[in-house]
Write a protein that binds this ligand. Sequence first.
Ligand SMILES: C[S@@+](CC[C@H](N)C(=O)[O-])C[C@H]1O[C@@H](n2cnc3c(N)ncnc32)[C@H](O)[C@@H]1O
Length: 306
Amino acid sequence: MNALKNEDIRQVVRERYRRAAGAEDDAEDCGCAPSCCGGETGNTVKTEEIRQAVREHYGRAATEEAGGCGCSPSCCGGETVAAADEKSLALGYTAEELSAAPEGANLGLGCGNPTAIASLKPGEVVLDLGSGGGFDCFLAARAVGESGRVIGVDMTSEMVAKARRNALKGGYANVEFRLGEIEHLPVADNSVDVIISNCVINLSPEKAQVFREAFRALKKGGRLAVSDVVATAPLSEEIRQDLALHAGCIAGASEIEELQQMIEAAGFTGVRIAPKDESRSFIRDWVPGQRIENYIVSAIIEAVKP
Ligand SMILES: C[S@@+](CC[C@H](N)C(=O)[O-])C[C@H]1O[C@@H](n2cnc3c(N)ncnc32)[C@H](O)[C@@H]1O
């Protein structure tokens, strides 16, 4: 009860300072360094613009009754828990998994089931990049048991608040949620056994940095077990520049070869990217009538820190 109250207070304070930060954004300055003007500023604005669009999109998803605003640019129909669960069965979750997590944790925002590929063992430390309402964290928590630990990181304050409420509701003592960006992970070096993530890395405007951070956070021998969308054909520049399609897990999808190079450049070995053709059946519904499934599929992405 007390903890719920604390979370309410945190949320009010966060909202207050979020607005203040928004006002300051207008006063962006490039300073006096000769290397700073032109291109770099433009790039920073674009990166921030994408982050802001993504944050707003998922802020709405967190505050809708049961999500409904996820991996699809057309957003916020107010989806029911049953609809989110039905979607998740198609993504590879079992009915038992759906009933195991606290109600409201599954927002139907993923594009696969990373815990199904992570081979989690009791005692392991798991980090979930872009944890949303906490669904995958709660499933991971069961797998690693009381001797293990799960950390969810999300940059949308509404999501973190929702996930923390869900953890309290479900009485999860071995799960915590941290507000932060996956490009700047709020975790120590060499401290994590497994990194999971579900349909999030595509949303990052700085994916190479995400993989460098994942590498830093993992222990030697630690592994990546990620579910995400990949592009199987080049996306047009018009699509790439569309912020709504970016927030809807489409415009930011990397091509497989490019993704492989980024992961290897971060230092990982044993990189495996396996596209799932069957995912086209649900990706089709993200933008009905646009044949987006001819360009994007869900994939399993695995790698090891040697
Ligand atoms: C498509 S939803 C997936 C949520 C969750 N993984 C699931 O499967 O239900 C994407 C989530 O990632 C978060 N996110 C997007 N970009 C992020 C970033 N750069 N850093 C941290 N979180 C991010 C969003 O706030 C949102 O909660």
